[in-house]
Every structure is written in structure tokens, then in C-alpha cells.
Design a protein around this ligand. Sequence first.
Ligand code: DGJ
Length: 732
Amino acid sequence: MNLRIVSLLSAMAMTVTGTMAENIHISTPGTSLVVDATKGEPMKFLYYGAALNPSDVGNLTFGGASSLNAYPVYGLNPEREAAFSAVHSDGNMTLDMVVSDVTTRTDSDGSKVTTVTMKDKVYPFTIDVNYRTYPSEDVIETWTEASHSEKGTVSLTRFMSGYMPVRRSDVHVSQLYGSWANEGRVEEAPLPHGVKIIKNKDGVRNSHTAHGEVMMSLDGKARENEGRVIGAALCYGGNYKLMFDTDDSDFHHFFAGINEENSSYNLKKGEKFTTPALAFTYSEEGLSGASRNFHRWGRNHRLAHGKDLRKVLLNSWEGVYFDINEAGMQQMMDDISSMGGELFVMDDGWFGEKYPRNNDHSSLGDWTVDTRKLPNGIKGLCDAAADKGIRFGIWIEPEMANTVSELYEKHPEYILKADKREPVLGRGGTQVVLDMANPRVQDIVFNIVDTLMTRYPQIDYIKWDANAPVMNHGSQYLTADNQSHLYIDYHKGLEAALKRIRAKYPDVTIQACASGGGRANWGILPYFDEFWVSDNTDALQRIYLQWGTSYFFPAVAMASHISATPNHQTARRVPLKFRTDVAMSGRLGMEIQPKNMSDDEKAQTKKAISEYKDIRPIVQQGDIYRLLSPYDRKGAASLMYVSPDKENAVFFWWKTEQFANQQLPRVTMAGLDPDRMYTVTELNRIDNKPLPFEGKSYSGRYLMSNGLEMPLSHDASWDKAGDYSSRVLLLK
Ligand code: DGJ
């Protein structure tokens, strides 16, 4: 029976006590979540995993010794961790929530929302637990809405987006952690007893040090293409907390939501508190399978312009840093245009009249062009770009100011700062964060984009940066009793500004950058087309950075640029071929001064850009299969993208270590149609002779069971042959 037909169907079943249980089936094509929403009882968790048929759904009972609430609240049985806690206006710290209603609706995007409404048995306090499904995605989003009609204010002290009990067996959790220029490193470990918390308190950038997404491999050590995996991604750009509580029961209790630390929220009568969504997926095809589910859902439903292809661009930052001037920008535009690029982005350093932005000590907030550097202004650059047949993009950092700026001189009240205290200052010794909780500041942020786009409608791309954490707990706008709202209201305010921007400028491409990879999260991406994966552009380290990031985010959103050698972050010398082959596995761009490239390198890059355009739909819209992990330290790493119809694929292989006569594993491919024949073409070839399998056709079955043997090095001149060999193969 088609499971979609029974989607959201309620099956009736008898509970042990004889009351009628109402099993609510939240279904996607390949997965099922079942809760018991019997009226007058707490909502119970029954099942999450592979798709069930109606008979299974109806007959489900909870297997464990005692039942588990599907959204546990604090107060009665307080020895357990809870997803939600509140202090009522009379000081009572308990909640006792029972189901009062279950409703479903279909939204305009075709998604279905099931809402289980729970009411407190004594207080006029309501929590709606929502589940959203899409007709063709194996992802379920859950979030909650709390409201009350008590006389006074209710203080919310914990407000998780969702809870999921995970049966104990040999569950391994894969998480991403790191720091600036080293984001998204994969760490995998079995779940220990006690509490494991993954959290962020930066306030602005929430994915440098740890990510708000995890993979849970249910059958022991994580494998890429086999095994049961639950993936969870919190869709939030602010402070978060993911928590695993492994107590004396048979379950790991997983919670995820806004980090409640220093953030209790005073909810007035009639107001609604809405948590961000937590997205779950389940796959029996290992980590890569869970990634594919997140990627498809993200491209189709969350990422701005997720189904569109991205332009090949040159960004000016590593090429000239703050040294912006018209001749330099013209030269870079000439160069990227002559290499076949489609867009030029002018990074930091173009603005500031009274205080020119020559370094990071001043000018944020003063978004007027510095005509000493750009006598013909932005208009001149847009026109020049058009003449060269490319588009123009620009860098801004709207949520920030420097204390050395005209904005701060006129409006010191717009910054985050604790009352009676001097502000703590950030980057350049003068950077401060604007108070996004203040509607006036939200207007300013909107106006920065609005003014640029109104004056220069040719602007095609905005790089939106954010280079500071919340350094001062203090809003000059919020009242004294609501100071604890700061972290949450900052992100509400940011989202309000972004919504206005997107409503007026739906077509402009916007990159989320936050000191590199500080804003890789599904909360912010509905407003952004992509994110800067890291300020680290070293090709070898990028293999690791992009590997982990691809657990949750698709290549179309991952900006991946060819940069100079020696690399500016690691000082490593890496041949152009390798740098190109790594960058081409994401959204290809350049982060380099092309003036310093040789003619030979420019020709090589021109060819690569042209070949990238051929594989762009496969890389940016295809299904990822990670094959050989760099973290396994086998001397190489490899992944591939397969077009949804399985007609075409691109195989990437990079050597990560160089030893004489080393033995590398042969990589078997995945995701192909076993019965289809694929013809192999090497891209970016530098070898004197083609590979032995060049131009030959092989069945998907052979490629997936045997694979192709990659030579240890390149058949090329001495300087290109040895270290860092890499291959990109197109299979058609
Ligand atoms: C930090 C970003 O990550 C860089 O790419 C660059 O835009 C600088 N900021 C500019 O100040």
C-alpha cells in the first residue's frame, strides 16, 4: 500500500489500560514517526525509523518498561531532563501537559503540518507541538509554540525545539567541531553515560566551534554507505544546545533547541513563543544517505534559490585584502572574465568617507563609497562589469559598527552594551555589535541593502559578513526586566530584517559569511544562497573542512575557492591542479590575485572553469556519495556526485599523503545504476598520456564493485608529478 495515502492517518489501538489510544502517523516516503496523542493523556513517543504500514502503525505499543513522553515538560518527575520548563506567574515551577487536540493542515508549498495541542491540567498554558512533512522528502521538521492566558507573565526557562528518544545499542554520534579556519571537523564517539552537550554561546556566529547538527549511527561505528542513521539539524542561527542524556533507562534522550542559558523569556498573556525547527532524517544508507536526505530537503525547501545553479566568481579578499582601488578592481574583473568566470565580488575596504576603511580599525556602519579609492563609485564598477560580460557583487557587514565610525558617533545607543559599563570591543580593537533587538537598528540593516540595491540595481551578489560574537550582555533597547531576551531577540530582529530584504529583493544572491564558516546552519539559509565554508582556503585542509560540512549541507551552498600558493592560512604549497580539483567539488570560485598567476596557470584555470560549467548541475544538484574519508587516514579521500536520474556522475579523488611506493586502497564507487554503461572522461588533465580507462565505458555494477585504479602520481613534469595528485572523472 502506498504509504503516502496513509500519511498523517490516525490509527486507533487499545492501550493496556483499555482506553483508546490515538496513534498519529507522521510519514514521509521512507520514514515514519508515530506518537500516541490520546486526549487527556500526555503525548507519548512510539516510534521513529523506516516507513511503517497502517497495520504496524495501529498495533504499535511502546516496547520499553515505561512509556516516554514525546515532548517532556518539567515539574512532575523532575528527576528526568525535560524539553520545556516554565515558572508560572504565581511562582509554580511545574507543568502537567495533556493532549487536547490534533489538527492537520496543508501549507502553500505542499507541506503538511500536524499539530498536537497540549494543555496544562491546571493552568491556562498551551504548548503546540508541530510536525511538518513534505510529499517527497525524508525529513520531518518539528517545533513548538507556547502561549498562555495567565494573569501575569510566565517565565520560560527551557524551550527545546524537539526531543527524540534513541534506543540504546551501540549508538555512535558524529558531530562537527572546530574553530576559526578549522571549522567542521568530524568527531565520532559512542555515547557515554551521563549528559553530553553540544552548545554555542557566540550570539552571532554559531558554527565555528561546534555545529547544531549531529548524526547518530545506530549500529556501531559510523559508515558512509551502510547502516541505520538518524540525522538531526537544528534550524537556528543563534545560541543552541544539543543534549544527549543517557540515564538508567534503555534510551539515550536527545534534545535540541535554543540554548536557554542567560536567556529566560518572559511571556505575556496572549503572546506566543515559537521555537526554531529541528529537522530529523532517518536513513538505512549510512551517513551519506542521511546527508542526501538533508541536501534534497534543503535545496528544495530551505536554501534560497536552492534549485538554481551558482555563478563562478572571483572574490577580491585574498587577492588584495583592504587595498581596494578602481584600477585594481578593473584588472581583477578583466582577469576573471577572460578566464570564463561569471561574477566579480568586491570584498571589504570600499567604504567610509570620514573614516576610510583601510584596515579593520574603523568604518563599519558608514556604508558610503570611498570615492578616493573608487572615483566612479559602485556605478562605475557595475558598468565595467557589464562591459566585460560579468556580474558585480559587493561585501557588507550590516550587523556591526566600529566605535571609529560616523554611525557610532551619532548613535552610540544602537550598539549592544551593558548598562553602566564600557563596551568590550572586538576585531581591530573597535568593533561592536549592533542591537538587532532594536527595530530602529533593523531598519538600518534593511536600509543598507535597500540603498545599495536601489542605487545600483545591477548588484547581483552580496557577501554578508559578521565578524564578532556578542561581547556584551546588554541591550540598550530592551527594558531592564527583559535583558535576558537579548540573544533570542537579536535573532528575531535579524530575521525580521532579512525577511524584508528578501521580500523586496528576492533575486539577489546573498552569501552568509561569519569570520569564515560561522554561519553554516539551516536557520539562516532560507535567506541566503550559500555560505563561506571557512576563511581557510588551503586545498588539503579544505578536503577535511568540506567533508564534514557536507554531512548536512549541499555543494550548491558551499563556497569553495581556488586560492594562492603558498596558502595564506597554512603556508602550504599546493599545485594548482590539486587546488582546482578540490574547489570544483563545491560551488567553484576564486580567491586569488589573478595578476600573479602565470599564463599557463590562467589557461589551466580557464579550462577548469569551462569544464566545471559542464559538471555544475551534477555537483550542485546531484546526490552525494562520500566514498573514502580523509579521517580514515588511508592516504586518499574520495567522493562523488550522481545526477538524480543516475545518467551522469562526477568522481573526485585526492591524495592526502605522499610516500614512495605507498599502497592506496582502490575506491569503489556508489550510487550508480548497475545496469547502465558509463563512459569515463578525465577533467583538468595535466598528464602527458590519458589514463588507461579514458574514453572507455564501464557498467555501473563494475564501477561500484571494483572501481577504477588511480595512479599514485601524475605523468607530468617533475614539479607537477609527485605530491598532491588528484583526479576528477566525469562518468556519462
Ligand atoms: C572575514 C571573512 O571571512 C573574509 O572572507 C573577509 O570577507 C573578511 N572578513 C573581510 O574583512
